[in-house]
Design a protein around this ligand. Structure first.
Ligand code: PAF
Length: 283
C-alpha cells in the first residue's frame, strides 16, 4: 500500500490525540465530512474552510447506515489514494478515515431520527437516509470537535437537516454552507456522475436547465404546480427514466413555498438510467 501523502487517522483515540494538540495550541479547526471519491466540489469546501481555520480535517467514510439494501453502498466509488493526494494538494491537514467497526463498534444501537427539515422530498424516496446521515454527522462532530463543519449546498435538504440537528442538540459548532460547484455545461459536480454513460452525460445538464427555468417562471408569477409539472415533463421527454420530485420549497424551512414569504428553492431528484441525480437552485 503506498504511503498516504497526508496524515491519516483511523482510530478515534489517534484522531483525538492529534486534534487535542491543535486545541491546546489554540488552533481553529474545520471539518469537511465526505464519503470520498473526491472532486473539485469537495476541494472547494477545503479551500473555503482554509479561509477561516488554521487546521482542516476531512473525513472519508462511506457510511453504510445511510444506504438502503437496494442502493449502491458496495459499488460506491472508493478512491482513497487519489483522495489523499487531492487533499494534500489543497492543504488539508488530516484525513479521518475510520473503518466501519471503529464508527459502529459491536453493540452500537443508537440512531438520531430527524423530523422537520427531513420530512418529504428525499425521505419520500429514501426513508432511511437522513437517520443515517444525522447519526454519522453527530458522531463526526463529537469525534473531531471542530469549530466549523462545511457542507455543499448541492445536498440542500441534507444541509438543512444538519443545521437543524446542530441547533436542536446544542452541538457546539457552526455549520457553513458552500455553493454548488458545476461543470462547464451546468451539471452539478457529484461523485455519482462517474456512473453516467457518455450518452447520459450529454443529457445530464438538462437537470440544471429545467430547475433554472422553474425558478424564472415562478419568479414571473407562473404557478409552482404548473412550473414543476412542465419541468418533470421536459426531463422525461429529454431521456430521464423517472422523476422522484421537482418541488419548490421555502429555502429555510423546506416547507411549501409562499411567494409572499421568504426565499424559495427549487429542488429536483431524477433518474438517468441507473444514476439518481439531485440538484437545486435559489429563486
Ligand atoms: O454528503 C455526504 O457525502 C454524506 O451524506 C455525509 C455528509 C458525508 C455523511 O455521510
Amino acid at each position: 500500500m503506498p504511503t498516504p501523502s497526508i496524515p491519516v487517522s483511523a482510530t478515534v483515540a489517534d484522531l483525538r490525540a492529534r486534534v487535542g494538540t491543535w486545541r491546546r495550541e489554540g488552533r481553529r479547526i474545520a471539518l469537511i465530512p465526505t464519503m470520498g471519491a473526491l472532486h473539485e466540489g469537495h476541494i472547494s469546501l477545503v479551500r473555503l474552510a482554509r479561509e477561516t481555520c488554521d487546521r482542516v480535517v476531512t473525513s472519508i467514510f462511506v457510511n453504510p447506515t445511510q444506504f438502503a439494501p437496494t442502493e449502491d453502498f458496495s459499488t460506491y466509488p472508493r478512491t482513497f489514494d487519489d483522495d489523499c493526494d487531492q487533499l494534500a494538494r489543497a492543504d488539508c491537514n488530516l484525513v479521518w478515515a475510520p473503518g466501519v467497526r471503529e464508527m459502529y463498534p459491536e453493540g452500537f444501537a443508537t440512531r438520531i431520527v430527524p423530523e422537520g427539515a427531513a420530512e418529504g422530498l428525499e425521505t419520500d424516496f429514501r426513508p432511511h437516509f437522513f437517520g443515517g446521515v444525522a447519526t454519522v454527522c453527530a458522531k463526526l462532530f463529537l469525534q473531531v470537535a471542530p469549530d466549523i463543519a462545511v457542507f455543499g449546498e448541492k445536498d440542500f435538504q441534507q444541509l438543512a437537516v444538519i443545521r437543524q440537528i446542530v441547533r436542536d442538540l446544542d452541538l457546539p459548532l457552526a455549520i457553513v454552507g458552500a455553493p454548488t460547484m458545476r461543470e462547464a455545461d451546468g451539471l452539478a459536480m457529484s461523485s455519482r456522475n462517474r456512473y453516467l454513460t457518455a450518452d447520459e452525460r450529454r443529457i445530464a445538464p438538462l437537470v440544471h436547465r429545467v430547475i433554472a427555468e422553474v425558478a424564472e417562471r415562478v419568479k414571473s408569477g407562473i404557478s409552482v404546480d404548473a412550473a414543476c409539472a412542465d419541468a418533470a415533463a421536459t426531463l422525461t421527454a429529454g431521456g430521464f427514466r423517472s422523476i422522484d420530485y421537482v418541488a419548490v420549497r421555502d429555502a429555510a424551512t423546506l416547507k411549501p413555498y409562499d411567494p409572499a414569504g421568504g426565499a424559495g428553492r427549487v429542488l429536483v431528484a431524477a433518474w438517468l438510467g441507473k444514476t439518481r441525480l439531485i440538484d437545486n437552485i435559489a429563486i
